[in-house]
Design a protein around this ligand. Structure first.
Ligand SMILES: NC(=O)c1ccc[n+]([C@@H]2O[C@H](COP(=O)([O-])OP(=O)(O)OC[C@H]3O[C@@H](n4cnc5c(N)ncnc54)[C@H](O)[C@@H]3O)[C@@H](O)[C@H]2O)c1
Length: 296
């Protein structure tokens, strides 16, 4: 069992799925948890679960796109517990839309949370870690989507590729302060976000994973614990895929074929009208949904 006793961890997006799984795993290893989320009741639920399991958990409502709120989160955690050792920049959103139909508003929101929110979180936490002088561990959540191109995935995949490269650069920036920075790249993890994206085809989706099951937040929690532990003190700037082999799955051409079928016998204007008609529900005549995370 890894020992994180005495350590203090900030986890963003801690109120659901992977963030909750990581919070509970870190707490089980002895870390005290500052559980933050956009939705207070979700953060409170995670903090309650941590305490029920015998740990220390404090909830906080913050929006990771708000610089002052993120700064307040890092300061509050380090003042409350007297130190800050672990930062898990987990909060993220999913949007799926073709380059032909992505609304600017969706793009801006996705980048604000998935890229700017991660930057603000890591900056504020790293500065608190340096203030306390104990080194630290930063963990970011990228995705296998940041490595493999998906139709309709340019914005989400682009944001996760950015997280991957920012992580490597931050490892260089923070090495002199004994702060390691590593990324976890999950595959298909069974969470509310996953449910929203492929919940309607869950058994087929699980069957497409070479390990023959979806991942669960506890899987990611184990890896986060290891990366946060003394065992991982010589690993930094890395990208850790945890996906049951999903990244190397065969190409699925079903959506592409539907789109090609649409692109026969229509004029250019008719084709664009058909795509716009699929519009907010996705491109490919509805083959790909515009998945939108429901925030409460
Ligand atoms: N589930 C998967 O299959 C999967 C795969 C790869 C990567 N990821 C990444 O893992 C992370 C967690 O995903 P999940 O599946 O647990 O998602 P989730 O939707 O279940 O949970 C995300 C949490 O983040 C919070 N959040 C959203 N916007 C926020 C904001 N502006 N400020 C603060 N909190 C905010 C939400 O309230 C929610 O509690 C995300 O970064 C996601 O992109 C997930």
């Amino acid at each position: 069992m890894l020992d994180l006793s005495g350590k203090v961890a900030v986890v963003t997006g801690a109120g659901s799925g992977i963030g909750r799984g990581i919070s509970l795993a870190l707490a089980a290893a002895g870390a005290r948890i500052f559980a933050s989320d956009l939705l207070l009741e979700r953060a409170e639920e995670t903090a309650r679960l941590v305490r029920e399991a015998g740990g220390e958990g404090i909830p906080q409502q913050i929006d990771v796109t708000d610089p002052d709120a993120v700064q307040g989160m890092a300061e509050a955690a380090s003042h409350e517990f007297g130190r800050l050792d672990i930062c898990v920049a987990n909060a993220g959103l999913f949007r799926n839309s073709s380059i032909l139909s992505m609304p600017l508003e969706d793009w801006n929101q996705l980048m604000a949370v998935n890229v700017t929110g991660v930057f603000l979180t890591v900056q504020a936490c790293a500065r608190e870690m340096i203030r306390h002088g104990n080194g630290g561990r930063v963990i970011t959540l990228s995705s296998v989507a940041g490595e493999r191109a998906n139709r309709g995935g340019f914005a989400y995949s682009g944001s996760k590729a950015a997280v991957r490269m920012m992580t490597r650069c931050w490892a260089q920036d923070l090495a002199a302060f004994d702060i390691t920075v590593n990324s976890i790249a999950p595959g298909l993890i069974d969470t509310p976000m996953g449910d929203y994206i492929w919940g309607h085809v869950k058994p087929e989706t699980a069957a497409a994973v070479p390990a023959n099951r979806l991942g669960i937040p506890e899987d990611i929690g184990k890896l986060a614990c290891w990366l946060a532990s003394d065992e991982a003190d010589y690993i930094t700037g890395t990208y850790n895929v945890m996906d049951g082999g999903y990244l190397d799955r065969p190409f699925d051409r079903s959506g592409l074929d539907a789109e090609r079928a649409l692109n026969t016998g229509l004029s250019g204007d008719e084709l664009l009208a058909a795509l716009d008609g699929a519009g907010q529900d996705g491109f490919s005549a509805g083959v790909t949904r515009r998945a939108e995370l429901e925030l409460g």
